[in-house]
Design a protein around this ligand. Structure first.
Ligand code: ATP
Ligand code: MG
Length: 429
């Protein structure tokens, strides 16, 4: 199959994505096709300018594709190319462009042969999979029976791909990217991003601190990406600058954002705070013991997600009841009676206690109210104390977290790790 048809550059190099499937709207299926396409196209220097999802409805598909073509002149659709009644993408696009659907004899023969090779007769419904809008290019799908389709209309182009992620990805790599390159969609320089990861600072407070840096960032852009346990800052160069300059400016921006936000920055890209803390302990030859109450082992889980945690992790205790705090960690009955299990005094005794009991060099503890019940006026749901024992210091910190039970637990684990890291750094300074 030829993917030629180059007629010079498209309008503006703009490209839109329409993902099709009622299951996407219902949230039953995560739209992995759109995120994969966004990432893959960006890596090839093609910026996606808009993306839309519609259900398996012919009118909705037709208007979404029509709008995209009117606006940008180029659209990639995924989904709805199958043989069943809810697969309507071809019909919608053919009607939009005033084309008939006609059987592609070569593809019909291919599908038939594939069935025969398995000793089966081709079901009649599969015949429609060989239909393409008149004049369209057919992209042979080695992984399934629905081919990809490219329909050109003047300078406009609609690219239709199956919804099955593996088929969509294969067709994109094999045919669509080369086609777009030939049509002049690729910029000289790819779209590249760098990410600074922060935790422990609210988005608004963070934005205030970097306002002046953001102002001088153009043509690079900044996106705030909340992760639930922190805030990522993604700086992107959209391909306007030559690669070397884009890279240099990204690195400079990373350095200035990191310096400005130093107390809250723990890494870049995919760095995980637990891994960062583990690495710090490992490098300094320190060992750690943990006592967790409301986080129920989450901190230990995160520290042991990466192999090799035995280098620094001595023990982790989930100490849920008062008796366990007393018997396992040596927390005093009197402190429990006087202050309650969720208190600064208990957090401190837990951190020190777990260190004493295990002989580890550092101790970390968490005690709090994750909800939904158990809150009081004094100690509402989300009240969490963390404490860390590092060298000869034991320090504690009160967190007032929000969210549901799962979020509070995740945030408490993250904050405890951040607090330990802060103390380790202060100790080293
Ligand atoms: P088929 O030839 O398999 O019928 P199709 O083009 O009709 O292909 P769909 O029926 O829309 O594709 O979807 C096939 C499968 O791919 C389904 O399991 C669907 O949930 C999944 N899928 C469809 N679109 C997406 C998407 N955007 N992201 C992730 N998965 C998707
Ligand atoms: Mg479908």
């Amino acid at each position: 199959v030829a993917t030629s048809g180059a007629r010079g550059d498209v309008k503006s190099g703009a490209l839109e994505i329409v993902t099709i499937g009622t299951e996407l709207l219902l949230g039953a299926t995560l739209d992995r096709n759109a995120s994969w396409l966004g990432r893959e196209l960006a890596a090839s220097g093609i910026a996606v300018t808009r993306r839309v999802t519609v259900g398996d409805n012919e009118n909705a598909i037709r208007s979404a594709v029509g709008d995209a073509l009117k606006r940008s002149g180029a659209v990639i659709c995924t989904g709805g190319l199958g043989p069943t009644r809810d697969d309507l993408t071809k019909q919608a696009v053919a009607a939009l462009l005033g084309r008939e659907l006609i059987v592609h004899d070569g593809w019909l023969a291919t599908i038939r042969e594939r069935f025969e090779a398995r000793g089966l007769r081709m079901p009649e419904v599969n015949r429609v999979q060989a239909e393409v809008p008149q004049g369209a290019l057919l992209l042979p799908n080695e992984r399934g029976t629905a081919p990809g389709i490219i329909v050109e209309e003047g300078d406009d182009v609609a690219i239709l791909l199956p919804g099955v992620p593996s088929e969509m990805r294969w067709l994109t790599a094999r045919y669509v990217l080369p086609y777009l390159a030939e049509r002049g969609f690729m910029r000289d320089s790819p779209v590249i991003s760098r990410t600074v990861r922060t935790t422990g600072i609210a988005e608004s407070a963070l934005a205030e601190r970097i306002d002046d840096l953001v102002a001088e960032l153009a043509p690079l852009t900044l996106a705030y990406l909340p992760t639930g346990i922190g805030e990522d800052l993604r700086i992107t160069s959209w391909g306007e600058l030559p690669l070397a300059e884009a890279t240099a400016r990204l690195e400079r921006a990373m350095a200035s954002f990191t310096a400005r936000l130093a107390p809250w920055v723990y890494g870049t890209s995919d760095d995980d705070l637990a891994t960062v803390v583990g690495q710090e302990l490992r490098e300094r030859g320190l060992t750690l013991a943990i006592a967790e109450s409301c986080t129920g082992g989450l901190i230990a889980k995160r520290l042991t997600d990466a192999a090799g945690a035995s280098d620094f992790l001595s023990s982790a205790v989930v100490s849920y009841s008062n008796e366990s705090k007393r018997d396992l960690l040596g927390v005093s009955d009197e402190t429990l009676r006087e202050h309650g299990a969720v208190s600064e005094a208990i957090a401190r005794e837990m951190a020190q206690g777990v260190r004493n009991v295990t002989g580890a060099m550092c101790g970390l503890s968490v005690t709090g109210i994750a909800g939904p019940g158990g809150g009081t006026t004094d100690k509402p749901v989300g009240t969490v104390w963390v404490a860390a024992a590092v060298a000869d210091r034991v320090e504690a910190k009160l967190l007032r977290l929000f969210g549901d039970r799962a979020e509070i637990r995740e945030r408490a684990a993250q904050a405890a790790l951040a607090f330990l890291r802060e103390l380790l750094r202060r100790e080293a300074a």
